[in-house]
Design a protein around this ligand. Structure first.
Ligand SMILES: [Zn+2]
Length: 281
């Protein structure tokens, strides 16, 4: 499932391919992903509009377009299984195509096997997001104030997108491991130095993941088998060097990289958490 680094890498990959391209046609195969925008309205707005910028906010993609003097934004979200990529007009569309934008020689394809993602003119989802974790808006003071107000386990609270935008299940587990904090601790029980460590590790783990994804060839069209690094999957030319990058996530029963204690899996708020009972207190 895509988290902030994956969406950031996708935005950096797509931006130069989309910028300056004009939408010539819109085909909606799954109207569900557009809601509340209707297929008719999407086509009316997009046809003739030119992509001018692509930004990321949390796990959302914000496509800025311009038509005449009017500027507007289209919001994209990959849900659990979504992919967004460009392919030649002549290439066959994937089976679970949700939306296709005709860009002339190329077309933009959003495909999603489970249709939990979005491609819509309704951008209100970003209004309630918390600070960007890699921006100066994400402060120890702000994080401390939010955690103090919550009796939820800290791991569950970290997934709250109004606390900090874009942190999901994988990086919440990884950041708590690196900070040496048990995912079961009540958010409000964290001490100042623990919050400082957590803040630092959240930023570090996300930056490392972005840097890592920027340096290896990825397969954005998703024809290849998924690996554990990025849900996009590595391109066939990528080495397997980075595959074991995750320290605790999805490593249940395997030795902790620090103390060799088997990693434990726990279910919190219907999501898996992975941690070391010895290193995380
Ligand atoms: Zn350990």
């Amino acid at each position: 499932m895509p988290e902030l680094p994956e969406v950031e890498i996708l935005a950096r990959h797509l931006a130069p391919l989309l910028n300056g391209k004009t939408v010539r046609g819109v085909e909606v195969c799954r109207a569900k992903v557009l809601r509340p925008t209707s297929p008719g309205l999407l086509a009316k707005k997009l046809v003739g509009a030119k992509f001018i910028c692509l930004r990321r906010r949390g796990k959302y993609l914000l496509f800025d377009l311009k038509k005449g003097k009017e500027q507007f934004t289209c919001l994209g979200h990959l849900g659990m299984t979504g992919r967004m990529f460009l392919q030649p007009q002549s290439a066959e569309l994937p089976k679970h195509t949700a939306v296709v934008l005709d860009l002339g020689r190329l077309r933009f394809v959003y495909e999603d096997t489970r249709y939990f993602g979005r491609f819509t003119l309704d951008t209100t989802s970003v209004d309630s997001l918390g600070p960007e974790p890699l921006s100066p808006d994400f402060t120890v003071e702000g994080l401390a104030a939010d955690l103090k107000r919550s009796a939820q386990p800290v791991k569950v609270k970290l997934l709250d997108q109004s606390l900090v935008a874009g942190v999901g299940n994988i990086y919440a587990s990884e950041a708590l491991f690196l900070a040496g904090i048990s995912p079961r601790r009540a958010a409000r029980s964290l001490k100042r130095e623990e919050i400082e460590r957590l803040h630092q590790q959240i930023r570090k783990i996300l930056q490392v993941a972005i840097d890592c994804g920027s340096t290896i060839p990825l397969d954005f069209a998703g024809e290849k088998t998924k690996d554990r690094l990025f849900y996009f999957g590595s391109a066939p030319t990528a080495s397997n060097y980075y595959v074991e990058r995750l320290l605790v996530y999805d490593r249940s029963g395997k030795p902790c990289p620090t103390c060799r204690t088997p990693i434990k899996r726990l279910v919190q708020a219907a999501r898996s958490t992975f941690y070391c009972t010895r290193c995380q207190r």
